[in-house]
Ligand binder design. Sequence first.
Ligand code: ADP
Ligand code: MG
Length: 634
Amino acid sequence: MAQEEMQFQAEVSRLLDIVAHSLYSEKEIFLRELISNASDACDRLRYAALTQPELMKDESSFAIRLKVDPTAKTLTIADNGIGMARQDLIDNLGTIARSGTAAFVEQLESKPEGSSLIGQFGVGFYSAFMVAKQVEVSTRKAGEAEGWRWTSDGQGAFTIAEDGEAPARGTRIVLHLREGDEEYMDPMRIRQIVSTYSDHIAVPVILESRKEDEPDQTLNAASALWTRPKSEITEEQYKEFYHHVGHTFDEPWLRLHFKAEGMLEYTGLLFIPSTKPFDLFHPDRKTGIKLYVKRVFITDDCSELLPPYLRFLRGIVDTEDLPLNVSRELLQNNPRLAKIRTALTKRILSELKKKAEKAPEEYATFWNTFGPVFKEGLYEDQGQREALLELARFRSTANQGGAGTDLVSLADYVGRMKPGQDAIYTITGGDPEALAKSPQIEGFVAKGIEVLLLSDAVDDFWLTAIPDYDGKAFKSVTRGGADLENIDKLEGADESDEKKADENSPALDALIAFVKLTLKDKVKDVRSSARLTSSPVCLVADEGDMDMHLERLLKQQNQLEHSSARILEINPDHALVKALAAQVGKEGGGAVVEDAAWLLLDQALIIEGEPLPDAAAFSRRLSSLVERGLISGG
Ligand code: ADP
Ligand code: MG
């Protein structure tokens, strides 16, 4: 069959361009990438052969073979793994399949530091073009008759043709090395690279001898890393394993390597990354944990192994407790797996707890990276709720220095509660800066009552699901009935507002009645406020109504049609309010106060970030009031 030429997906071309032109400091990682892929290919065939043993009948053991040819200036990496069919070649070596990766590449390109970001992201197969001017891939899928040959110079196109000389099974990659990259034909150099990056690979990596009388050399330990004693594994080996298994390239933030024995027998080698994967919120993101049964790779897409709120973990779980021929379908609703999941979850949470206690600053970096995902567990995982609440961290009015370590725990919060305070006060919204300036929290701040500033989308949801912490209910300060008066009575320090609350002045009562009459059903009620200190007004939700921010979110997502009317709270001590109260009942005062009533509501809406029902009227009233003020005042 004739050779066909095809174009790379645009993102691949961009990636290849970055790869070729970046002064990438660690070119040698191309070999790690190709060996990593070869090892994955062996894993996948071993799994397929569980149900189709004939796939492996010709050759029952796996190997990754390296070969150099100084005359042709080539380095060859060959495996006898699963191989690729024609369409696999097109899909895998012509596009970027992983979710979110294409978008990431786009970002890379627009950034001047783009090329340096590659390191932490990994370019996989395409890294071959860092050292090769021409790459040939010959491959035959296990169990299939035809072999295929893929070639490219990495310049926008590749070719595919049938290949009678493809390996009997698996993939052979021939790299035609660039001028200046001859070092990758040096056996010493190759040995050094393999032992640095690929020692943990469970399949033997063999360097073929070029002399008759010299044997081939196995360059790696060729045993699964997690089965080795901890004392024999170096930090570097752990890290390289993490990069291989997680397809990530950052430093692991936390490592857990353990063996559970007894009722359930399994080994875990798990990592928490230090950086956020860019597809963390992508719906078709796979879980990051690979499942092995008795050292045989089963799947890297087992959603039963960890709850979704721990989806940022990477690593492997290898169990003795499942049958080897377990199908992926059987993994669903498997009671043993469910038990492993619970045990793993507990272990992870308890490690996190240790970290939070011993190294709060490091814990804060973890929290800032994965907190929003982790908090999903607050409503998803009832069983671990207590542990999760202990681990949760929040920004708060008590602690707003720089970014990073200014986080508080619920235990901190409760320890600081004022006499008479029986609730944990919260405010939710999109922007933490804006939250800290919300009028609704003024009175709390003035009294030294802490308010948690919650700005992740998930916050509104767990708040509705969780009744309390340590017997203290969560209460939004944007609700009526956030009864400030009862708190702190005992301390009474610099409180000049003892008289406040109950008895309003008759003038204030008249103003409130007038505003109510003016705004009619646009508000649910108008009240004198105990929470405002510097702002004249704010809106709060009625006790029984939905939280205002949650309601806004639901409306944005078209999950809610109508909003409920709000309560307008008026600051009785504000100069503007006092002046307005003096106008009520005065000759000619009515028109001014009516305009002012609408303006007060509009102001409160603006602070909430809500649209004004009638912006033109707002503008007219504002101009007219300012004008009047200017003329009468000066
Ligand atoms: P990743 O390994 O993260 O999936 P790569 O760019 O390294 O990304 O590889 C892309 C895909 O190409 C792999 O997922 C695999 O499907 C396929 N592939 C690469 N090398 C091999 C190989 N030696 N044998 C079989 N398939 C391979
Ligand atoms: Mg790879």
